[in-house]
Design a protein around this ligand. Structure first.
Ligand code: AMP
Length: 298
């Protein structure tokens, strides 16, 4: 495996195992006048991640993918230790899709002894997943801020699948004057609608059969909501439908303003319908855009 070079031949992705080799590689790209995209991931790469890499390649000459399972964004009872780690196949996929560099920082370098700074995005981090995963978005915002400052890309790409995360990161980058464009990429789904997720690997056959109901329920609500229907009763029906479909626990099913993520009673401006629900030990999230349809009332 080539270390910290430019684009390797034969479809192999070059590696940077620390911040110094990352910065050296970016400096070489910059010296050649090349633009840079960054795709932060936690590995266990699937077609959703690869869509981000392709979007990066469309926007910049060089695309860097970071793989770092970030302990700071997992709660004490969450799945940090059993989170899937599949580095060899991740690197093969990155080679096939034409990523230029894979950044593999260590926990020790990201969080050296005495590390004491956290990035907290107020408001946006508090509802939805933030309400049930205290500290999660501070962990995300902190690590992404570090990755952005380490790589200093022109653009960084994030999936709409984690829509609250996308909004939190865009806000942090703007508030902290980090000179990077934050771009969202639409969710990549299985044929039955299930959003691709590294955590889908945890689903057993029975849970996998139930899982697409999350998307189906969201898709069923999106039409009437776009037409201006009152959200309250529809969201209550949707929650019941999820329980009936076999999700034993629904963390939330909410209609929110697309920018602020504040709950909205009906769709009069671009909105997002978001849900999180549990299947066994796995927690699934999904969301859909809901645009007001002009000329249609409830
Ligand atoms: P993760 O490795 O789960 O932290 O995800 C890394 C990036 O990939 C994040 O920006 C995610 O939003 C994005 N991502 C994850 N799943 C999908 C998907 N199904 N479609 C598009 N992007 C995704």
């Amino acid at each position: 495996m080539e270390e910290a070079g430019g684009k390797a031949p034969n479809g192999r992705v070059a590696l940077a195992r620390g911040v110094a080799p990352l910065r050296a590689a970016v400096a070489r790209f910059r010296a050649a006048g090349e633009s840079v995209a960054l795709v932060p991931t936690m590995g266990a790469l699937h077609a959703g991640h690869l869509a981000l890499v392709r979007a990066g390649r469309a926007l910049a000459r060089r695309t860097i993918v970071s793989i770092f399972v970030n302990p700071a964004q997992f709660g004490p009872n969450e799945d940090f230790s059993r989170y899937p780690r599949t580095l060899e196949s991740d690197l093969a996929r990155l080679g096939e899709v034409g990523a230029d560099l894979c950044f593999l920082p260590s926990v020790g370098e990201m969080y050296p002894p005495g590390h004491a700074t956290r990035v907290v995005v107020e408001g946006l981090s508090e509802g939805l997943c933030g309400a049930v995963r205290p500290g999660h978005f501070a962990g995300v915002a902190t690590v992404v801020t570090k990755l952005l400052l380490q790589a200093l890309p022109d653009v960084a790409l994030f999936g709409e699948k984690d829509f609250q995360q996308l909004r939190v990161i865009a806000r942090a980058a703007r508030d902290l004057d980090i000179p990077v464009a934050i771009e969202g990429v639409p969710t990549v789904r299985e044929a039955d609608g299930l959003a691709l997720s590294s955590r889908n690997a945890f689903l057993d056959a029975g849970e996998r059969a139930v899982a697409p109901a999350l998307y189906r329920v969201l898709a069923g609500l999106a039409g009437p909501l776009a037409a201006g229907a009152e959200a309250g009763p529809l969201l209550a029906e949707g929650r019941d439908a999820l329980l009936r479909a076999g999700f034993p626990r629904v963390d939330y099913l909410s209609l929110c303003d697309e920018e602020t993520l504040a709950p909205v009673p009906r769709v009069v401006a671009p909105a997002r319908l978001l849900a999180a629900a549990h299947l066994g030990a796995t927690r699934l999230i999904d969301n859909l855009p809901v645009r007001p349809r002009p000329g249609e009332g409830p």
